[in-house]
Design a binder for this molecule. Sequence first.
Ligand SMILES: Nc1nc2c(ncn2[C@@H]2O[C@H](COP(=O)(O)OP(=O)(O)OP(=O)(O)O)[C@@H](O)[C@H]2O)c(=O)[nH]1
Ligand SMILES: [Mg+2]
Length: 440
Amino acid sequence: MDSIVAPVTALVPQPVGILRLSGANLWPRIQPLFPESPCPAPRKASLLTLRTHGQAIDSVLVLFFPAPQSFTGEDVVEIHAHGNPQNIRAILHSIEECGIRQAKPGEFSLRAYQNGKISLLKAESLHRMITAPTYGDFLSAHSSFSHPEDHPLVTIKEAFLDLLASFYAFLDYPEELTDSEHAYSHSLLFPKIHALQGLSREQLSLFRKNRRVFSSFSVLLAGPPNSGKSSLFNRLLQSDRAIVSPYPGTTRDLLEGRLSLPFGDLLLLDSAGFRSSNDLIEGMGISKAKKTIAHVDRLLWVTSPETLATLPFSTRTPSFTIWNKADLAPHPPTLLPDFVVSARTRKGLRRLLDALVSLAEDFYSHHTTSNPLLDSERQSQALSSFLKALTQAEDSLRSNAFDLALSSLEEARNLLEDGTGMISTEEIYDRVFSRFCLGK
Ligand SMILES: Nc1nc2c(ncn2[C@@H]2O[C@H](COP(=O)(O)OP(=O)(O)OP(=O)(O)O)[C@@H](O)[C@H]2O)c(=O)[nH]1
Ligand SMILES: [Mg+2]
């Protein structure tokens, strides 16, 4: 396999930028970059001068993990350089000149999997650990990563193997068994099947509950045009992100901004004002805003003295009514708003923000679990198909069609093995690793 390299850290200005390399017999390949240094001692940081065509370009920390005691199972080198993105690009280029190609996303993890360093389930837990939107999700992924034996698919597989063993024993019963003994062992299979179905359904529903359009706590500003949604969006984010103008219909697309809070992000969304419009693009924005309402954790329905209106349809999304432009009229004539604010004078904004922050805190403390969960859509699909095959086996067993039951159980077994990582095809990269970030 050829040697690969990728930046592990983002290419943005920062104190340190890290490059990771993996391959067989790696040090001799990159030796030209460190002409005066011998191969660094394994797993010890060495401060070296990195040279391109003999010219010193940076002082870097180098870590060498010889095969097989490395993440990928091959020789791995990490170079910690000064994090200017231009510097990292230049070092990357010098490494490529040594005949080392840039890695594809997830290629390091793919090699770790191919070299038996991690199982497929562990690889997916690792991916979930890196991308987890909340600390609770991170802990859940971490617990699957460090205790793969507790992974829901492994627990289900154990219970399934027990069922399979009982089924084979039932099929093999000697002739001399009485009918009642036979019926007894037949009936023993059903509780096992039901327990497995319960376990699988529970995991599938937990996975669905955890799968959200917006992974962070999300708040949508919606309302009639010109009510001051974008002005509030900017004020809450303390940055001039959205265009504000006196012309109704200014905002078209959904705009996203984030407030980083100690327990997780608060995702704030600004949207197009609701009205009937003949403008194609504005209409698209309005329909996007309407669809988004169902996917957010909280709706802020913003009205103002010039644009008093109520939400034109009902929704299950909890909402606050905001009376904006209180500097023009301190009290709405009809509705009783949850918050009276003025984006212009900042009146009432602190109270609104405090309320949102406390909702976000509540969300992050309740909506996260550190219990092991399924890690990916792929696992969830495998488990759904397994459940179907299991239910088919149950039906066949009820009508004493044992051959059919056997073939459904064999199918269920294959599906579960697929889910836990016995995938036998090259599809594996496309299905699992290509979603990983670069350098992982
Ligand atoms: N007096 C007053 N004017 C405001 C206030 N908030 C916003 N405005 C003004 O109202 C106008 C519309 O503000 P926007 O923030 O663009 O309103 P919007 O709801 O985003 O409008 P659309 O994007 O068109 O739906 C601008 O001229 C703002 O300066 C406020 O609290 N008081
Ligand atoms: Mg706007």
